[in-house]
Write a protein that binds this ligand. Structure first.
Ligand SMILES: Nc1nc2c(ncn2[C@@H]2O[C@H](COP(=O)(O)OP(=O)(O)OP(=O)(O)O)[C@@H](O)[C@H]2O)c(=O)[nH]1
Length: 397
């Protein structure tokens, strides 16, 4: 008898602790390996747990001894699972200002290079050519370079008498002007018409796509949003593991598929889960390693179509590796033809002297850069702000 009471008490305690942890932040990763949906293994919240163990229907046994009903068990308050501590990332506002020193490589070649020439007493044609070459070498692009040089030339009189600080300010202003200060860089991550914001993240593998999805989840959590992740890059099992780890660190749930499974069904299930849990945003990682352009188009098109049965896609982010320069822009075109890209994430700007790539990518693709990656750390992703970025390129005194 005592044994039965203890067993019932342990079962009830386990269920209450389990339910409390799930409901606690509503974002805990739980894995349902037996889910049979189209060969898909899902990581998602379990359905609400019963608070008492199910009881079998009473069986008529006239001679059996009827057991006494167990007395009500007084449960101690649920203790959090040991080791289950979610990280609290910093909010996104002001991140670029904090991280702009990471643009050091661009700073020394672009910023310092330009300032050195501009500080010369009288600028000769050779000096203007040097300015032009410096801008082109930093991947600013021909049109923007011409624009900057022309505008600086018209200010030669000012340049001749300007102090170091004034030159710096002038250069920041001119660089900001070619960075599209008026472009709308709002991320479509908010709930709309009763559905979560749905963000599809596309791009070539190796560009930092999965890492970026993880970092975006942290940006959103840091800004107080609830998030579900979809690991629809089913080409590489490690990508889903990687994403799941990112999610777990901040208490965000990941819906994942088996290696080689159907990416669209994982994306669908992720958005469905987000819909049901009424989260703010679902972020879906997609595969980029497809052998043909038509294969890529078919797959991304299908992912978007299938997802939209659940909720409209509110943002399509294309992840580009800044260190690949113009090659990256060529790759990017394939994606922009496959799906309507609404924003660019430029990663690895900390590893290049060609910070001007932001200008040319935006101009050539006609899509605003919305986020930039400035390091391998979990919070090294910042919303793009033209002025703060230009200041980063020019550097401090
Ligand atoms: N320095 C630096 N490294 C970055 C940045 N963003 C991503 N990386 C690194 O780039 C490498 C590739 O990142 P992944 O996220 O695995 O690339 P991926 O595009 O998702 O590739 P798959 O997972 O194969 O799809 C990792 O070592 C990242 O840490 C960044 O902004 N700066």
């Amino acid at each position: 008898m005592e044994f039965v009471l203890i067993a019932v008490a342990i079962l009830v305690l386990a269920l209450v602790v389990g339910a409390a942890l799930l409901v606690g932040r509503g974002k805990r990763t739980t894995r349902l390996d037996d889910d049979a949906l189209g060969g898909t293994t899902l990581t998602r919240p379990r359905p609400p747990q019963p608070t008492a163990p199910p009881t079998a229907p009473p069986v008529e046994q006239p001679d059996a001894v009827v057991p006494e009903a167990p007395p009500a068990v007084e449960l101690p308050p649920a203790e959090p699972e040991p080791g289950l501590v979610f990280e609290t990332p910093p909010p996104s506002a002001g991140r670029l200002v904090r991280l702009r020193s990471r643009l050091a490589r661009s700073q020394s070649s672009l910023g310092r290079g330009l300032l050195t020439v501009l500080a010369r007493e009288k600028l000769t044609e050779d000096d203007w050519e040097e300015i032009e070459e410096t801008l082109l070498a930093a991947d600013v692009g021909v049109t923007a370079t011409t624009q900057i040089v022309e505008r600086l030339r018209t200010q030669s009189m000012v340049l001749a008498t300007a102090s170091g600080a004034e030159l710096r300010e002038l250069l920041v202003r001119e660089l900001t002007a070619v960075l599209g200060p008026d472009l709308d860089r709002t991320l479509g991550t908010d709930r709309r018409d009763g559905h979560p914001g749905v963000v599809l993240v596309v791009g070539v593998n190796g560009a930092g796509k999965t890492t970026t999805v993880g970092k975006i989840a942290r940006v959103l959590v840091g800004d107080g949003k609830s998030v579900v992740l979809g690991a629809a890059d089913t080409f590489r099992a490690a990508a889903a593991d990687q994403l799941e780890t990112w999610g777990e660190r901040v208490g965000v749930l990941t819906v994942r598929g088996r290696e080689g499974g159907d990416p669209a069904s994982v994306a669908f299930e992720a958005v469905k889960t987000g819909n049901e849990a009424e989260v703010d945003t679902v972020v879906v990682d997609t595969a980029g390693r497809l052998h043909t352009k038509s294969g890529l188009m078919d797959e991304l098109g299908k992912v978007k179509r299938v997802v939209e049965k659940q909720a409209p896609v509110t943002e399509v982010l294309l992840v580009l590796d800044a260190t690949t320069g113009q090659n990256g822009v060529v790759q990017a075109r394939v994606f922009t033809e496959a799906v309507e890209v609404t924003g660019i994430v430029l990663t690895k700007l900390d590893g290049t002297a060609k910070g001007g790539i932001v200008v040319s990518v935006q101009r050539e693709l006609g899509i605003p850069v919305k986020l930039i990656g400035l390091g391998e750390g979990p919070d090294d992703l910042a919303p793009f702000e033209p002025r703060a970025f230009a200041e980063g390129l020019v550097g401090q005194e």
